[in-house]
Structure formats: C-alpha cells, structure tokens
Design a protein. Sequence first.
Length: 95
Amino acid sequence: MSTTATAIPASPAARHTPGPWRFTCNASRIELKTDAMHSYAFSLSDEANARLIAAAPELLAALEEVWSFWAGGDCPPELEEKIKLAIASAKGGAA
C-alpha cells in the first residue's frame, strides 16, 4: 500500500507546549489542559479527537525514541520515510 504525504512548510519557531497534557471530561464539555495557564474546550462529541490531541506530546516523544534507535540503518525504508514525515509534520517542518 502506498502512502502519500504532504510536506508542511516550516514555521519560523515551531514549538509546542511540552507534555504531559491533561484530558478531563465533565457533563457539558471536554477540556484539554496543556499547562497551568492554557486549556482548550471541546464538545462532548469530539472526545476521540481530544484524547488524540492530549496524547500528542507522548506519541511524538515515543516516535522520536523509535527513530533514534532505528536511525543507524536497521529501519525498514518504507517505515523510515513515514517516521521522518510524521516527526517533521508534528514539528511544523519538512522531513
């Protein structure tokens, strides 16, 4: 199966708020807290998206760790390209 990825142009200072991010849910909304001063609200129907967004810093860190382990040449070529594109996309740049 072939995967097509679109390069995302790098932003001047692409930085995300370090994790962990906290996911909370109450009777009226879902809230994602990235730090003590910032939170983002989602409707209850967006729970799956909010959970994925909350996990993003941990997913990026895990993928970077996998890449650092495999970057020595043991990574299958088709997986190498996907890993590099995913990391670049998360960081706001091109692979």
